[in-house]
Write a protein that binds this ligand. Structure first.
Ligand code: PRP
Ligand code: URA
Length: 206
């Protein structure tokens, strides 16, 4: 269940992020902005419940989101998407899954997890800018499922077919949202054209 969000403003901002001359500040700012724009699309089918309210003109039936929203960034790079999404859903709670990818084997290594207490009944957005081999995303979703959560969506900026296949095979119930489906992985497991090392570009660690 792949959704590639095709939008000219997202394409424009993603091009700024891809540019190797873009520094940490602008990389982070465009990541914030794209994350917010994607949220508008990702949440468009979120279920609502009716609520009766008093307006200055009398009673009316309005709507509120039926479920709480929990964001689960995959550390570190996923943190770069939290602020932009919270601009649209400021009440979203945040869990964390810590994983790093072994540079040789490309296997994900788990080091941390912490979740809000209401996660099992919430709409969960697992977020990470990069969907490369798919190992990290599939492992993070498995860890989230251990909490009892069932409504889970994966939100990445760029991904490749290989990663999509891995997540779809492990988690056929999870919708995957991308701003771009890129060409391929290189011999080091990096996405081409991709963004480079997203964590390093967000946090200025290289
Ligand atoms: C990057 C990225 C994803 C993962 C994607 O994180 O943010 O989590 O690699 O690769 P995969 O699809 O092949 O698993 P990394 O492990 O470099 O950690 P970092 O975010 O701490 O830099
Ligand atoms: N992780 C990144 O940060 N970039 C890639 O292209 C692949 C994995």
């Amino acid at each position: 269940m792949l959704h590639v969000i095709d939008h000219p403003v997202i394409k424009h901002k993603l091009t700024i992020m891809r540019n190797s001359e873009t520094g940490t500040k602008d990389f982070r700012q465009n990541l914030d902005e794209i994350s917010g724009l994607m949220t508008y699309e990702i949440t468009k089918d979120f279920p609502l419940v009716d609520v009766e309210i008093d307006t200055p003109m009398g009673k009316t039936i309005g709507s509120r989101l039926d479920k709480d929203i929990v964001l689960v960034p995959i550390l570190r790079a996923g943190l770069g998407m939290v602020y932009g999404i919270q601009q649209l859903v400021p009440t979203a709670k945040v869990g964390h899954v810590g994983l790093y990818r072994d540079e040789e084997t490309l296997e994900p290594h788990f080091y941390y997890a912490k979740f809000p207490s209401n996660i099992a009944n919430s709409m969960v957005l697992v977020v990470d800018p990069m969907l490369a081999t798919g190992g990290s995303a599939a492992a993070a979703i498995s860890r989230v499922k251990q909490t009892g959560a069932t409504d889970i969506r994966l939100v990445c900026l760029v991904g490749v077919q290989e990663g999509i296949d891995v997540v779809e095979k492990a988690h056929p119930d999870v919708h995957i949202y991308l701003a771009s489906k890129d060409e391929r992985l290189n011999e080091h497991g990096y996405i081409v054209p991709g963004l480079g090392d997203a964590g390093d570009r967000i946090f200025g660690t290289k």
